[in-house]
Every structure is written in structure tokens, then in C-alpha cells.
Design a protein around this ligand. Sequence first.
Ligand code: GDP
Ligand code: IMO
Ligand code: MG
Length: 428
Amino acid sequence: MSTLVVLGAQWGDEGKGKVTDYLSEKADVVVRYQGGDNAGHTVEIEDKKYKLHLIPSGIFYEEKTSIIGNGVVVNPKSLLKEIQYLNGLGVKTDNLRISQRAHIIFPYHLKLDELEEIKRGKNKIGTTVKGIGPCYKDKVERSGIRICDMFYADYFEERLRSNIKAKNEIIEKLYNSEPLNEDDIVKEYLRYAEELKPYVTNTTALVNKSVKSGKKVLFEGAQGTLLDIDYGTYPYLTSSHPISGGVAIGSGISPFDLKKALGVVKAYTTRVGKGPFPTELFDDTGDWIRDRGFEYGTTTGRARRCGWLDTVMLKYSCDINGFTGIALTKLDTLADLEEIKICTKYRLKDGFIEDFPASLNLLAECHPVYETLPGWKLEEITGAKTYEELPLNARKYIERIEELVGVKIQLVSIGPKRSETIIREEIF
Ligand code: GDP
Ligand code: IMO
Ligand code: MG
């Protein structure tokens, strides 16, 4: 049995798309298990840059099966646009499969996401406004509509009309905003049903058959551990389970069938949207990292907040996910800095804390305690093909992180392209 999850260990945008694409060469099946088109995964192949939101980053290996699992929330309009975008660039999507159990995002989810954010005022989450939270809310509340429902037209229409009426009441009465047009939405979604039909199947059976028959199955996380609904910085997070525990729930495999977890860790930390971030830099270094790393959101274009690597947070992430290895990305971005800092613990008024706190109030009182390491130069790192070819100080940085978090860094990424990847230990 060969199963591996590649997931974000921080607040998202760690480079999951790049790492998933790289490892997909060895996979037979690649599965997304949570999130929706709030995700933005960038894959660079030769001189082309692709941006994916819903489709697994294994899609560039056209003969392999790509699956959108039941834990994903699907906006059909975005998905069809993404399929068209890929096809337009010559990437085939014939082996894409969508779960019958996945929940559907409707225009009222997007509208409510927007209105709820406005209502939150200064406490807004800074969501991607893709309707993710409202859609998962309906799923848990048991009023959601699933992909399989689309193929029973009368049933689908009845449920959809009833939901639109209920949501329009909220939109009009609570938010004093314009209601949505029921007929237009029904017509639009019945058309999507036809267009999506060829891709829809029982992916739970498909994934389980693949796993049991010894195929290599790779699961691709979206978002990151600190955005997990249970383990993240609540309420500043997303509404799904990016963690390794989410794989079984979001794909239908047994938790005992997931053998390995690769945590994707950016060599520093970034965050989009609001919420606590103990190692955030508000100075020139933070701006310099943003510029050098081109830290702007793939989905929303927002500037990402930047800061030093936080091993208090990473150790917590390792515990929750049981990482069997780490992929360290964007080591090249830190090049040319004189000194690089790593947060090793948090200082409070009356002592230190080494366990990542649950309370946002306590987190706000935490001050990072740093260890300082010497930097390296860009020309020393560019073009390195083996671990030994990396500059000594970069290796010292890598080995210190390993020591602090207790997990082997199996893959080092020194650029966005497949060729800019160094493997230290077999992963999959
Ligand atoms: P994801 O959401 O985790 O897939 O990450 P994003 O794609 O949102 O953001 C990561 C960005 O960094 C993308 O633009 C990648 O092409 C890029 N990237 C990934 N790995 C590296 C790396 O090692 N070095 C550099 N310079 N860029 C990288
Ligand atoms: P990838 O897969 C970074 C953040 C949003 C916001 C919070 C809630 O590219 O790493 P949501 O729209 O999910 O309700 O927003 O989560 N967020 C991400 N941040 N990368 C992502 O995805 C994200 N997806 C959501 O910015 O703070
Ligand atoms: Mg991203």
C-alpha cells in the first residue's frame, strides 16, 4: 500500500502545488480531499505557469487519475472555467473524476460570504469570498445539495428553489440586500449538471480500489494546518480539515490506509487574511521577503503578510499531522539576507511557552524568542542539484530546523520549477 498526503504545515501557500506536481510523476492517482476554489496552487513547468484552484496538481500527468473528493466544496462555474483554461493550454482533463458526494457552492453562498464579512466589520476574517464557509455551514446543517443530487432534475430543482427562497429571506431581511433570481440560478445549474456529468463518479470506491490494488495514491491538501477548523487560529481560518486527519473524511479511505504525510513548510512564514501571526515582520525585512518571494495571493492577489519561521507552530503542526517528512520550499527567497531568524519559543509576561496556544488572547500576548543564523548568497544556491551543493549556511539552517522540530527534511525546493528540487530521502 502506497499512500501519501502532501499538505500545508503553516497558513497555506507553502508550495503544495509545486511539490504535488513534482511527486505526481510517481503517483497513479492524485486526490484533493477538502477546501474549494479558495485554494490557489501554482505549478511551473518549463516556461509555463499554471494556476489551479479545484483540480489536483497531478493533472499535468494526463494519463493519471485526478480526483476531486467528497470533502471538497465544488463551485461548478469555477470548475468548468478551470477545465476550459487547462484544455485551452493543451492540458487534457479526461481523467478527472468528481465525487458524487461533494457539496455544491451556489451563488447564495458567495453572496452570504460577502455579506457576513461586511457584517463582521473590524472582526472580519478576510475570507476569499468564494462561498466556502457558507457552503460547509449548509453541509453541517444538512441543507446542502450534493453533486449526485444534480442528476435527479426534479428533486434538485425543488431543493434548490427551497434553499434560494430561504437564503433570499436572509439576504433581504437581515442584510437589506438584493435577492437572487431563482429561475436564473436553476437554469444555470441544470446546465452545469449536463456539463459536469461525464466527470462524476463514485470516487470513494475508485480511491479504495486504487489503494487496495497497490496503486500509488497521493492526496493533495489545500490551505494549511493553522487554517484547519479545529486546530487553526479559530475563528481566523477556513471551514474544512486540511490536516492529515481530513484525508479519510474527505476521500473515503480508512485512516489506517494513509501511510505517509509530507508537511510542506515554507522557509519563512506567510499568511493572507486576518488573524494572529506571532513572527510577523512589520519592518523592511518583511517587505523585502514579500518582494523577493513575490508573496501575493494566487486566488485573490492580496499581499501576503510575511515573517520568520516559527518552530513553535511547526512542532504543533508535526504533532497533529504525524509528518513522516518535510518539504522545505522557497529557500532561495531568503538568499542574500545577512541573518535569518528562527522562532524557538514564545515569551509571556511571566515565563515561556513552547506549546502553541489555543486562545487568541493568549497568542496575542506571546512574543517570539529568536535564534539567529547566518545567511547565504543567491548565486551560491542557484543551480544546486544535490544537498551537498547547497551553501553551508543553508544546510545549517535546514539541519537546525530538523533538530528543532524532530522531522527529516526530505525535499528542499530552491525555485518554482520541477528542476529546482533537491531530494534528500525517498518520499513516495
Ligand atoms: P500553494 O497554495 O501551497 O500551492 O502555494 P502557492 O502556489 O499559492 O504559492 C507558492 C508560490 O511559490 C508559487 O508562486 C510557486 O510557484 C512558488 N514556489 C514554490 N516553491 C518555490 C521555491 O522553492 N522557490 C521559489 N522562489 N518559489 C517557489
Ligand atoms: P492554498 O491552498 C492561504 C484563508 C483566507 C482567510 C481564511 C478563510 O492556496 O494554500 P475562506 O475563503 O477559506 O473562508 O477564507 O483562509 N485562505 C487561504 N490562505 N492559502 C489558501 O489556500 C487559503 N484558502 C483560504 O485568506 O484568511
Ligand atoms: Mg496558494
